[in-house]
Ligand binder design. Structure first.
Ligand code: MG
Length: 380
């Protein structure tokens, strides 16, 4: 029996993680749950899975939640201290981080410091502070493992392979809702952009998929997780989203990871690793898919992908600027205050104004993050 904690349990990844736990009651147990503000769902999850502790990040309904969970003997915490407590609960061996945005950074560092295995689904912390997190994991004996489907694919392909046999890593992208369609990107509405053809996900990542910023962030995420240079990472558009990732060896041979588009697969692998659990998730039926397509990404129409590469080439604090400016730009687009086509422009402007600090400390990263948010906020 493994105990796990889920930071971000009421979002799409959190809910799927609990479905995996539910499917394996003899193997997995929940030690702690944390959510940003959905008190009602957090209450129902806590009542069902009986963690020792829950955290409701926003204090608003914490008293209501505490009253309702008291009869079950479940401790309720709130704010950043609560997130840190949920991320470092002694009994939990693995912590799943699935809270959108950069809020997860300090809790992930704390979990690594406590020697936990940290399964990261939200890529932002790995983008803004990847090198710092890897260093922390090396020092503390903690471990960082991916849940992001492409990175889970790479991880599964890379397992047991000597580093000097690897030439490049290939990430696939479904292309998002506007791939191959004659859509004027200046006129795209949030509703259109929120309609992803393959994956059902939260709003931030769905918009990122439509701009291809998601893939830009994933390029940086991969360089950090697998310690390779940005020039070793290639992106190909693959609308069927069946092949999640490939690796190419120095001799030109390639190895791919395939599976249906169901996040329970990479989540379950992160939880069962180094073993695998038998499950009832349907298998991929290759003869039903029949055709695979692969295309070169259009860097001109979707400049966010190129900005991802550029941020990593600049290094240091530049990925944090990319990430923060993008978060603000996406929020503004969803709120209807900027156009879809302005998202890359807001990000690029913040990057142009920034002088990256190499090998930044946590404080320098957080200061840069705050600066870039402000910059993106005033830039209309
Ligand atoms: Mg992904």
């Amino acid at each position: 029996m493994k105990e796990i904690s889920i930071i971000g349990s009421t979002g799409s990844i959190g809910v799927n993680t609990l479905r995996v736990v539910e499917a394996h009651p003899k193997k997995l147990r929940v030690a702690a749950l944390a959510a940003r503000r959905n008190a009602e769902l957090l209450f129902r999850q806590a009542k069902k899975f009986r963690p020792h502790l829950v955290c409701l990040f926003e204090e608003g309904q914490a008293i209501w939640l505490e009253k309702r969970l008291r009869p079950f003997g479940i401790q309720v915490t709130t704010g950043e201290a609560g997130l840190l407590a949920a991320s470092t609960v002694t009994r939990a061996e693995k912590i799943v981080f699935a809270m959108a945005g950069s809020l997860g950074l300090r809790p992930i560092l704390a979990a690594l410091k406590a020697g936990k295995t940290v399964a990261v689904a939200n890529k932002e912390p790995l983008v803004m502070a990847g090198e710092l997190l890897i260093r922390e994991a090396e020092q503390s004996g903690g471990e960082l493992i991916p849940i992001d489907s492409e990175h889970s694919g790479l991880w599964q392909c890379l397992e047991g392979k000597a580093k000097d046999t690897i030439k490049k890593l290939i990430l696939t992208s479904s292309g998002g809702p506007f791939f191959g369609r004659k859509v004027d990107l200046r006129k795209v509405t949030p509703r259109q952009a929120l309609h992803h053809p393959r994956w059902k996900m939260g709003p931030k990542i769905t918009i990122d998929s439509a701009t291809l910023m998601n893939k830009g962030l994933e390029v940086i995420e991969a360089t950090n997780l697998f310690q390779v240079s940005v020039d070793q990472i290639e992106v190909v558009i693959h609308p069927e989203a069946v092949v999640h990732a490939l690796i190419e060896f120095v001799d030109g041979s390639q190895l791919a990871q395939l599976g249906i588009t169901d996040m329970r697969l990479p989540i379950q692998y992160a939880l069962s690793y180094p073993s695998r659990f038998v499950n009832s998730i349907p298998s991929l039926n290759l003869t039903a898919v029949r055709e695979f397509h692969f295309f070169k990404p259009d860097f001109k129409r979707f400049p966010c992908l190129g900005l991802g590469y550029e941020a990593k080439r600049c290094g240091g604090t530049m990925p944090a600027v990319l990430n923060a400016a993008n978060e603000v730009a996406v929020q503004k687009f969803l709120a209807g205050s900027v156009r879809f086509s302005e998202i890359p422009k807001i990000v690029e402007r913040a990057m142009t104004l920034h002088h990256p600090i190499q090998n930044p400390t946590l404080n320098q990263i957080l200061e840069t993050d705050a600066w870039a948010r402000e910059e993106a906020e005033v830039n209309d």
